[in-house]
Write a protein that binds this ligand. Sequence first.
Ligand code: SF4
Length: 405
Amino acid sequence: MTSKNKNYSRRDFFKTAGAAGAGAIIAPNILKAADKTESESSDNAIVTTRPFGKTGVSVPTLSLGGIFDIPANQIILNLAFKFGVTYWDTANMYGGGLSEEGVGIFFNKRPDVRKKIFLVTKSTSRDSEGMTEHLELSLKRMNTNYIDLYFLHSFGSMNELSDEVRKWAEKQKSKGKIKLFGFSTHKNMEKCMMGASKLNWIDGIMMSYNFRLMQKPEMKEAVQACFEKGIGLTAMKSQGGGSVKTETDTELKMAGRFIKQGFTPEQAKLKAVWEDNRISSICSLMTNSTILMANIAAALDRTSLATRDMDLLNQYACETSSDYCAGCGHICESAIKGKVPISDIMRHLMYHRSYGEKGSTETLDRKPAVNMKHMASLDFSLAEKKCPQKMAIGDLMKEAAEVLS
Ligand code: SF4
């Protein structure tokens, strides 16, 4: 060992492991299974399923988030199918349509597979004309005549669920173009979920949900209300703000414990969500086969997290709360009289930090129409006082104004 290597500390090791992402540990049996042809794949290498609420449908516990690059998504779709990751999530706007087109290319080559896939796509529109236009385009792009679950994308307030939307959903169901209907939400999730649980026409919800958010009393209540109502729940943003930064003792302790048990902190965060049987599936953006295989390995591994593991995740969530926007926009945005959609800007800043400048801020979500220069000049001190996560909102809005302009 060189003197340089001698100085390679435990901290450095976890930094390297973290940089490798969720793909740091893949069980050898999974790698062997990946080399087999589809017919040779053993049954125990298939991701298990759970009921999707009371819809009568079962879905795999891991679902594939939209991939924007067509050559990449052909490889990933094939691999996902092989391991039973047959819940595919996309959106009308992902990659400017490339995500849906990739699914269409796949179904064109493998029409026999369509009925085995639980296909989800979304519309950013909230009126019947716009939703019809988006739905027809999605059907055409994906070479299919029905969508298993159709979502309103980036839903943030019950005001968006008008009677027009309900009638539209019922009409499309009666025509057989959609089977189930609901929304995806990463803003005011708990309020939206509680609202939906009081209705009789929301079949499924995809919400931000992770080891941080699951600790919030209002989220616990919202999950239970939806579960009792029979609404199928899919967790997204399950990593709770990105990879472990290996900067605190808790992170090191946590990473050390997980690595000893044979999984990475990223895989442990997925497991923390799967511990809750009320959550049917985790939707994960898996942009390459290494991440996909690592997530599949985590889904196939039956090891449960111990109470101490959950305690450490909880402790880590508390210590790093000011790094994570919990999406409770109604709190900070009312403090500045709605002048800036802070929660949306925070999310786009997270996309920018996590996925780089390559357009992901626009391809994942509706980018808020905001005068960035004006935003940077506003006083956010009252919003900061009210923020339960104690985020440095003013500084973050200035950063967003610079990088998202
Ligand atoms: S900035 Fe704070 S109050 Fe605003 S949405 Fe994020 S966590 Fe909630």
